[in-house]
Design a protein around this ligand. Structure first.
Ligand code: OMP
Length: 265
């Protein structure tokens, strides 16, 4: 089973394209968790227990754990061990946006894909396909390449024209036609840019997209699903972090997002 099959299988089993972002900012987690020995882990565990029935994926952003040094990394590891032991079918993404020269990338791989054991991680294409080879050679893992990011200023570089195309289109074509030989590539496409997403879908066939930007960043679910779904009515890992985990009712918010997505696919 390929790593994309793992996502699709889980997504089909729970009829959901929802990814819950475990961006467990220590400052924002409720006081009752802060008193515990492993606050970020206990908070994550409570979110996972409330939402797992509707979760196709979980995506911690490693920044919120690295911010606490070795304690944070330990709690991220505890979160991953908890997921693997209790919910091994759920797809896991490490939001890390890594990418360096080839042999340095091996260090990121050992930490994120091997020690922490994530199914997939986000990488930057800036150093080129040659540098990303250690990631792309991992047949057992998903490599999620930044293409069109959700932030307001993403156009500063990503919209620049190269050979008459915006850089994001150039990257989408490059990944589809050259980097995805092992069928383990995915793209990051922000929910806040549905027009661009439509074009990216046209050039990538059925490739799976990680789609952040709904919830706190205001991306429109109807527009993104219509623009981004593939020929199988899936191909999307739709992430919400703050909009779910810091809401009054994470379970209800997850169900609401799942149903809204399903209404348009
Ligand atoms: P919320 O805005 O709270 O839902 O969080 C979005 C999460 O997705 C954060 O962890 C971001 O770092 C991440 N993200 C984006 O917001 N935009 C992008 O274009 C790419 C990512 C990402 O790679 O996941």
């Amino acid at each position: 089973m390929s790593i994309i099959d793992k996502y699709n299988k889980r997504s089909d089993a729970v009829n959901s394209l929802v990814c819950i972002g475990l961006d467990s900012d220590f400052e924002k987690i409720p006081e009752k968790f802060k008193k515990l020995e492993f606050p970020q882990f206990e908070f994550n565990k409570s979110i996972i227990e409330l939402t797992n029935e509707y979760a196709a994926a979980y995506k911690p952003n490693i920044a919120f754990y690295e911010a606490r040094g070795s304690q944070g990394l330990k709690e991220l590891k505890m979160t991953m061990d908890f997921l693997r032991e209790n919910y091994p079918d759920i797809f896991t993404v490490c939001d890390s946006k890594r990418g360096d020269i080839g042999n340095t990338n091996k260090g990121y791989i050992e930490l994120i894909l091997d020690w922490l054991g994530f199914d997939a991680m986000t990488v930057s294409p800036y150093l080129g396909g040659e540098s990303l080879r250690p990631f792309l050679e991992r047949l057992d893992k998903g490599i999620i390449v930044l293409c069109k990011t959700s932030n307001p200023g993403s156009g500063e570089f990503q919209d620049l024209k190269i050979e008459d195309k915006p850089l994001w289109q150039f990257i989408a074509e490059k990944v589809t036609n050259e980097w995805d030989k092992n069928k383990n590539c995915l793209l990051v496409v922000g929910a806040t840019y549905p027009e661009e997403m439509k074009k990216i879908r046209e050039v990538t066939g059925d490739m799976t997209f990680l789609v952040p930007g709904v919830g706190a960043q205001g991306g429109d679910v109807e527009q993104l699903v219509k623009a981004g779904k593939n020929s199988q009515n899936k191909g999307l890992i739709i992430n919400s972090s703050r909009g779910i985990i810091f809401s009054d009712n994470p379970r209800t918010e997850t169900i609401k997002l799942k149903e809204k997505i399903n209404k348009y696919r």
